[in-house]
Design a protein around this ligand. Structure first.
Ligand code: 4NP
Length: 152
């Protein structure tokens, strides 16, 4: 089993979408997908309604997801940790225990635009269109990730 973790700030907007999208594209007997946030404001909550709605528009159901906070035990429990932006990268890497932990952490859009270190913009304070935009970015990245995982 390859274990993939999606991480954003709140774990209610971007990383739940990334989790749902990748989950829908992989063999669930071979790849597990989870998500977490670096911040703890929404622990135990459902994803943001706008993420639930945009996912539903694309035939994905996020209603089984509950927010949790990233912890350093996640470095043990996951093989790949995809972060949504450079701020998440800094926060996650800052609690890495060693170089092996650090190497697990990747900016998700580097799968689409290698080495450009682009951010998935935080849609939390914007309108609904921001969520569709995020969906499209994550769908493109997860398509590439799922194909890579097939080869590994
Ligand atoms: P996310 O968006 O990181 O994509 O889940 C956010 C959601 C909530 C907050 C920040 C970002 N917040 O500050 O509550």
């Amino acid at each position: 089993m390859i274990k993939v973790l999606m991480v954003c700030l709140g774990n209610i907007c971007r990383s739940p979408l990334a989790e749902g999208i990748l989950f829908s594209k992989v063999d669930n007997d071979k790849v597990s997908v989870d998500s977490a946030g670096t911040g703890g404001w929404h622990i135990g909550e459902l994803p943001d309604q706008r993420s639930i709605d945009v996912a539903k528009n694309h035939q994905l159901d996020l209603s089984n997801q509950r927010c949790r906070k990233f912890s350093n035990s996640d470095f043990e429990n996951f093989d790949i940790i995809y972060v949504m932006d450079k701020s998440n990268y800094k926060d996650v890497v800052s609690i890495a225990r060693n170089e092996k932990d650090k190497q697990k952490v990747q900016l998700i859009l580097n799968e689409v635009y290698p080495k450009q270190n682009l951010d998935v913009p935080d849609p939390y304070y914007g309108g609904a269109n921001g969520f569709e935009n995020v969906y499209q970015m994550l769908d493109e990245a997860c398509e590439i990730i799922s194909n890579k995982l097939l080869e590994s």
